[in-house]
Design a binder for this molecule. Sequence first.
Ligand code: HEC
Ligand code: HEC
Length: 388
Amino acid sequence: MRLATLVAVVMTVVVAAWLVWRWDALPDTWSDEGIAMLQSLSLESLPPLPPDPTNAVADDPRAVEFGRRLFFDTRFSANGAISCATCHQPERRFTDGLPRGVAIGVSKRNTPSIVGTAYSPWLYWDGRRDSLWAQALSPLEDPNEHSSNRLTIIAIIVDDREYWRMYKALFGEASGVDTMFSNIGKALAAFERTIMPTPSRFDAYVAAVAAGDEARQAELFTEDEIRGLRLFIGEANCTQCHNGPLFTNNEFHNTGLINFEGEVPDKGRVSGVREALDDPFNCKGAYSNDPSRHCPELEFALTGPELIGRFRTPSLRNLENTAPYGHKGQVATLIEMLAHYNEAPDAMIGHNEAKPLGLSRRELEYLEAFLNTLAAPLPTTLLTSGSL
Ligand code: HEC
Ligand code: HEC
C-alpha cells in the first residue's frame, strides 16, 4: 500500500509538472486552417485597388500630383496655416498624436490614419461620406478644420498659374462652382489612393510560415509574439472585425468605448448613414462621373436603430505611430485598449458587440507584442515627395 501511495504521489507530481511546463508551450507548427487565416491577413492578399467610376481622374498621375500639392498647401485655410497634413502627418501614418484633431478649432473626433483608406466604401468614423473625393471637400469648409469656403478655394486655384494649368489639363475650363469644388476633391482623392501600407514584420513571418521555413520564422517572431498572434486569431476573436490584409472589415460596430463625460453621447453610424444619404456629393448625386449611378453601397446601406454607437472598424497596421486610440482618442495606450476588450463593459449607448475575454495580464501583453509586429516603414514615394 505504502509503495502504491508513493507511486501515485510521484506520478501526480510528474503529471502536474508536465502540465505546468506545457501550459504555456506553443504548438510546433500551424495547422492548414491557421496558415490560411494568416495568409488572409497578409498584405500579399491585398487585391488591387478597385477603380472609382464616380471619379474620372481617380487613377490619373497628373491628378495624383495635383492632389498631393493641394494636400500639403496651407493657403486653403482661414488662417493660412492649416493643410490636410497638419492633422494627417505622414510620419505619424497620417494622424496627429492628439485625442482630437486641432486646426482652426477642435474636431469632434480622433484623426484617423488614411493609409489604405481608399479600400473602404465609407469614410469617417461614422461613415458619413461614401467616397474619398466627397470626404475631401468636407474639412475645407468645416469651421473647426480649414474653415474656408468653395469660392475662396476656387479663386486661389484660378489665381495660381501652376495650379490653374494643372486643373485645366484635368478638368477643362471653369464651370459651375460646385462642379469645380468637386473636382478639387477628386484630385485630393487621386493622391490619397496612392497612400498604401508597406509590408511589416508580420507579413514577412506569414511568408516564412507559408514556405515552411522554421529558421526564418524564429528570426522574425518571438514566442510571445506568436502567442499574441494565436490569441488574436483564436480565443480573443479579434478577427471577427479586424480581418483581411488591412485588419478591418470596414463595417460599423459598437465596442462600448466611453465618450467624454459631460458630452452628449456620440451616436456614430446611425447619424452618419443619414448624412451620407443626404450628401449632394454622394454616389447618386449630380457630381459623380459614373453615368450609370450604380451605387449598391448607398442603396443597400442599413439605417436601423441598431446602428447607434457603432463606429467603423479601424485598421490595426502601424498602431505604434497612431496613438491615442478610439473614435475620440479616449484610450492612450494599446494595453489600455486591450484591457477594455478584456472587460467588455456595457456600452453607454447601444449594445457592446464584443464579449468579455477573461485573459490574464500576460496574455494581454502577448496580444500587444503581436500588434506591434504590424508596424512598417513609410512608403518611399512619400519620403521622396519633398513635402515632408
Ligand atoms: C483638424 C484636423 C484635420 C484636418 C485639417 C483634416 N482632417 Fe481629415 N480627419 C480629421 C478627423 C478628426 C477625422 C475623423 C472625423 C470623423 O470621423 O468624424 C478625419 C477624417 C478624414 C478621412 C477619413 C478617413 C477614414 O478612414 O475614415 C480622410 C480620408 C481625411 N480626413 C482626409 C483629409 C483631407 C484630404 C484633408 C484636407 C482637405 C483633411 N482630412 C483635413 C482631422 C483633420
Ligand atoms: C465587434 C467588432 C470588434 C472586435 C471583436 C474587436 N474590435 Fe477592435 N475595434 C473595433 C471597432 C469598431 C473599433 C473602433 C471603436 C471606437 O472607436 O469606438 C476598434 C478599435 C480597436 C483599436 C483602436 C485602433 C485605433 O486606431 O483607434 C484596437 C487597437 C483594436 N480595436 C484592437 C482589437 C483587438 C486586439 C481585438 C481582439 C481582442 C479587437 N480589437 C476586437 C471592432 C472590433
